[in-house]
Design a protein around this ligand. Structure first.
Ligand code: SAH
Length: 400
């Protein structure tokens, strides 16, 4: 390991690393002893030459080093097996009944650049960093040993790969897989398309919240906005909702949600509309002057896509969130529940709640917060790595 190139950090730049953050930006680096090859393992030391860890180097990336261990390790099959088994134990502890879940969530599991999702007996892999991508074959072998899956796919059409100098890739790495498959979440069946669907096929990060929000659904008239495959809506229907309307702008998502409703025996109470949620809200909250919108929903779920991918567009995103809540509140019955989510890392829980309250204020409504939500435990949050926390949500009851 002595021949390993060494990256020396500027004074003060080591603290974050000691606290557990694995990223080293170019600006933190004072000097590199020997020029490393991109994707190669380097050791990182602070300005006093104390070893902080080893990680993958990439000169092309904004993140020059992604640390992988606090001490000198060999990155081989044994290394990956230990890390992946440790990650699996976390899932088994916190989601003992889940059969589909995220096995490895990158930084959250001390494997920056690697995501592995398990959809029943099929695994989907994403390698978003060059160093990790170079070990893809080893990772596939290790996954086969641990899980004996029917197939392992890669969904590597990620914008972030471009910044690492990696091409897009989508294919079957091991075994056989073709077309959509059916997975189980909380006892419900979902048809997912692992080759084409959003993310790696589904939003696994909401698994725990589907059930938590469904607790408000019994006998309710439910509106599920941004429903995708029907995650919230179908859980609500199964929990005894009187009526569920699911809205999503994607025709394919709505078609799949319909098939999912039938497969789960709840089609009788479900309705669907392929529409832009903002347009739908406008059309459904339009009244003549001096008339009031008649509220008609007992439970409204808002789970929009991230409205902002960076800090500079946060103000626009907040306007979008506010508009959405303004409209939703007009349709919510007194005593009804609005379950609302924000998956943008740049809008934290405090700012998100402030935005909901600003909408409530404009409508002269008062809310009671009855639940707070986060991403499911298979997307672990390490507070020393703020980027690992992104999904937040609340359930608000309408007081008046
Ligand atoms: N609630 C879903 C995830 C939603 S992801 C689940 O739990 O699986 C966001 C969804 O919003 C996507 O399916 C996308 O098609 C849809 N979408 C994005 N913008 C939209 C808009 N303006 N109107 C309606 N749907 C939209």
């Amino acid at each position: 390991m002595n021949s390993t190139p060494t990256v020396l950090l500027r004074p003060g730049e080591g603290d974050r690393v000691v606290a557990g953050h694995p990223w080293i930006y170019q600006g933190s680096i004072q000097r590199i002893t020997a020029p490393p090859t991109d994707g190669e393992l380097v050791q990182v030391k602070d300005h006093r030459q104390r070893l902080l860890g080893v990680g993958f180097y990439n000169s092309k990336s904004k993140i020059n080093v992604r640390l992988i261990a606090p001490d000198r390790v060999e990155v081989n099959a044994a290394f990956f097996e230990e890390r992946i088994r440790a990650a699996l134990i976390v899932r088994q502890r916190h989601m003992p009944n889940a059969t589909s879940f995220r096995v490895v969530n990158a930084e959250s599991d001390l494997l920056s650049g690697l995501i592995v999702d398990k959809y029943e007996d099929v695994l989907v892999l994403q390698t978003s960093a060059l160093g990790m991508d170079k070990h893809k074959d080893t990772i596939v072998q290790v996954l086969q040993k641990i899980f004996s899956p029917r197939a392992i796919l890669e969904r590597n059409e990620l914008a972030s790969r471009k910044f690492e100098g990696l091409p897009d890739a989508n294919g079957v790495l091991a075994g056989q897989h073709d077309g959509p498959m059916t997975i189980k979440l909380n006892g419900l069946s979902f048809e997912v398309d692992l080759r084409e669907g959003h993310k790696t096929g589904m939003y696994l990060d909401q698994q725990a919240n589907y059930q938590a929000v469904a607790a408000f659904a019994k006998g309710a008239n439910v509106l599920d906005c941004f429903s995708f495959l029907g995650g919230f809506g179908l859980h609500a229907a199964k929990a005894g909702a009187a009526q569920v309307l699911m809205l999503d702008q994607s025709e394919e998502a709505i078609a799949a949600a319909k098939r999912n409703a039938e497969a789960n025996g709840v089609a009788g109470v479900c309705q669907f509309e392929a529409t832009n949620v903002f347009d739908w809200f406008k059309a459904n909250t339009k009244v003549a002057p001096h008339e009031r919108v008649i509220p008609r929903y007992d439970l409204i779920v808002l789970d929009p896509p991230s409205f902002t991918r960076n800090r500079s567009t946060v103000p626009d995103a907040l306007r979008g969130y506010k508009e959405l809540h303004l409209r939703a509140l007009k349709l919510l019955k007194p005593g009804g529940v609005m379950a609302t989510f924000c998956c943008s890392h740049h809008v934290d829980a405090g700012l998100f709640q402030d935005t909901v309250l600003a909408a409530a204020y404009d409508q002269r409504r008062v809310l009671r917060r009855v639940a707070t939500y986060a991403q499911s435990p298979d997307h672990p949050i390490l507070p020393s790595i703020p980027e690992t926390e992104y999904l937040k949500g609340f359930a608000f009851e309408l007081v008046r």
